[in-house]
Structure formats: structure tokens, C-alpha cells
Design a protein around this ligand. Structure first.
Ligand code: NAP
Length: 291
């Protein structure tokens, strides 16, 4: 190829995709293009933008023209199944040579439904024959800033719905760093599933870390999962996805072990540095937590 490989980043206006665009746009060896359903929203990213709406298949072929590598991200919706299938088919037709997929947590035999949806997508990508790497991050630290339209931390009070469960955490910036490493060197992690979660903490631990970092008291109150479902649906979140999250929160609250506290040691090999800690994340976003 006598031009730079073109990398198309989906979810570029979101948490992981946005961080990925910033990492790739300074790399001279690739050309990065942001895909957005609302191109105006992506203009601030400072890279070329193409229109791609995952719910409008007619936007796929023009957006994929000349694309070599894709970062494939979908939103918090069951529509990910239909959207991803269409996208993989279109990518194949467009001779895309690599897909890096943003999936979710879990062992292969997970019974958490939305983790399973991502695994169906993984298998479909594999079936396509395109070179792939699957990212399976555990819980995003960014959820502490808000999730499903809900703020969990207000004036030092952490309200959450997972009882005393210990969860494995990862910073979206680290997920983006892993995606960048894969997209810059497609063969390095080809055919692999990269599990990503580096610190196992309960929300009581999170409260302690916030208290120590910000010198203000934070405390955690476990709330009933039904309250979560009510709040996120009222905020407009997608019901099928949030029902799965609710089911997993119910399991956590009831002490069911769904393997959500597993941590991994792969990040230095993937990204050449240590993963971010929750204390460092709190430091980066101190203004959002302080009251
Ligand atoms: N939160 C967690 O703890 C966690 C853990 C593991 C895995 N995950 C997975 O991470 C993924 C979400 O990543 P994120 O948090 O970075 O997402 P996010 O910040 O919510 O952003 C979603 C992105 O997808 C775009 N998008 C949504 N619908 C679209 C459509 N129809 N066409 C084109 N683009 C569309 C959004 O565009 P707009 O800006 O236009 O809305 C946005 O750029 C999900 O698949 C989730 O399962 C989350």
C-alpha cells in the first residue's frame, strides 16, 4: 500500500472512541477518520469526519470507502446486534482488513445478557474472516461520572445498586490505548480477546479513595436495583439493555458471583505502561466529584 492505512473510528463522539481519536490523530503512520451520525458533533475532534448512522445502512458504504481498519463501537442498546451485523457485512464488502471491537466484560460462559450480546458480535466478526481483536473491558471508571443519564455521586453521597459486590475497574482512556495499539499494529493482537480490568474494588472502597483524594467525606449507600431501572428509564435509556444491567445488579445485590472482580496483568504488554488506578482517575476528574 503506498498510502497510509485509513482507520475509521466509530463512537468517536463517545467516551472510548473520542479518546481513541485523540491518540491516533498524532500518529503519523495512520490516517484517522471519525464516523458520526451527527457530523457537526464530531467536528471538534480535529480530524476528517464521515457520516455513518448505525441505524441507516445506506450510510455505511460511502463511509467505508477507502477504509482499511475499523474501531467498532456501539451504544448502550440491544440494537448493537443488528447494527454490528450490518456493519461487519458492509466492512467485508468494502475490503476492510481489520476490525477492533469494543465489547464488554465476562467469561465466555457468562449469563449476563448484554455481555453475551457482545460475544455474539465477536463470533460474527470472526466468521467474517476479517482480522480482528476483541476488547473486553470490565466496568468503566467513567461510570462514576454518570451512567444511563444518572449521576451516582452527589455531594459525597454515592448511591449505587450492586450491594457489596467487588467489581473490576478500567479507565476508558486505557481501553482507548489498547485499541490504538491494536489498530497501529494489526497483527500484534490479531485473533485475540483482550480482557481489561485492573483494580477490583467495592463502592465502599471507591468512597474511601474519593475521601482520601479530595479530603471531603464520601460514603456509599447500596440502593435497590429497581430504583436504578426506574431512574434510567425515566432518563430515556434503552429498556432492553438496561433490563440486563438491572438483572446483573440484582445478582450483585443478592451476592451471586458473576465473576465481575477478575483482574488482568496484560496492560503493560499491550500499551507499554501501567494501567490507570482509580485514585489517578479521581485526581484527573477531581472537579467533577468535589462538592
Ligand atoms: N460502561 C461500562 O462500564 C462498560 C463496560 C464494558 C463495556 N461497555 C461497552 O462500551 C460501549 C459504549 O462505549 P462508550 O461508553 O464509549 O459509549 P458512549 O460514550 O455512550 O458513546 C456511544 C457512541 O456511539 C455513538 N452512537 C450511538 N448510536 C449510534 C448510531 N445509531 N450511529 C452512529 N453512532 C452511534 C454515539 O454517538 P452520539 O454522540 O451521536 O450519541 C457515541 O459516539 C457499549 O457497547 C458498552 O456495552 C461499557
Amino acid at each position: 500500500m503506498n498510502r497510509k492505512p485509513r482507520v475509521l473510528v466509530l463512537g468517536a463522539t463517545g467516551q472510548v472512541g473520542g479518546a481513541l481519536v485523540h491518540l491516533l490523530k498524532v500518529r503519523p503512520e495512520v490516517e484517522v477518520v471519525a464516523a458520526a451520525r451527527n457530523p457537526d458533533k464530531a467536528a471538534r475532534l480535529g480530524v476528517p469526519v464521515v457520516h455513518l448512522d448505525l441505524d441507516r445502512i445506506e450510510t455505511f458504504a460511502p463511509a467505508l470507502e477507502g477504509v482499511d481498519r475499523i474501531f467498532m463501537a456501539t451504544g448502550y442498546t440491544v440494537d448493537m446486534l443488528r447494527q454490528s451485523k450490518d456493519l461487519v457485512n458492509s466492512a467485508k464488502r468494502a475490503d476492510v482488513s481489520q476490525i477492533v471491537h469494543l465489547g464488554a466484560c465476562g467469561d465466555d460462559d457468562t449469563r449476563v445478557a448484554h455481555y453475551g450480546w457482545h460475544q455474539f458480535i465477536e463470533r460474527y466478526i470472526e466468521w467474517s474472516g476479517v482480522t480482528f481483536t476483541h476488547l473486553r473491558p470490565e466496568i468503566f471508571m467513567q461510570n462514576l461520572l454518570g451512567y444511563g443519564g444518572e449521576s451516582f455521586i452527589v455531594n459525597g453521597a454515592i448511591r449505587h445498586y450492586v450491594g457489596d459486590a467487588r467489581l473490576s475497574w478500567v479507565d476508558c482512556d486505557d481501553v482507548a490505548a489498547a485499541a490504538a495499539a491494536c489498530l497501529l499494529d494489526p497483527q500484534r493482537h490479531a485473533g485475540q480477546i483482550l480482557r481489561m480490568g485492573y483494580e477490583a474494588l467495592t463502592y465502599h472502597d471507591v468512597a474511601r479513595i474519593l475521601t482520601a483524594a479530595l479530603h471531603q467525606p464520601f460514603s456509599y449507600e447500596a440502593r435497590p436495583p429497581a430504583e436504578f431501572l426506574r431512574n434510567v428509564l425515566a432518563a430515556g435509556a434503552e429498556p432492553a439493555y438496561m433490563k440486563c444491567v438491572f438483572d446483573s445488579y440484582t445478582d450483585f445485590t443478592n451476592g451471586v458471583d458473576i465473576g465481575a472482580d477478575q483482574i488482568f496483568d496484560n496492560f503493560p504488554e499491550i500499551a507499554g505502561r501501567q494501567p490507570g488506578t482509580l485514585a489517578a482517575f479521581v485526581g484527573k476528574h477531581a472537579d467533577r466529584f468535589r462538592y
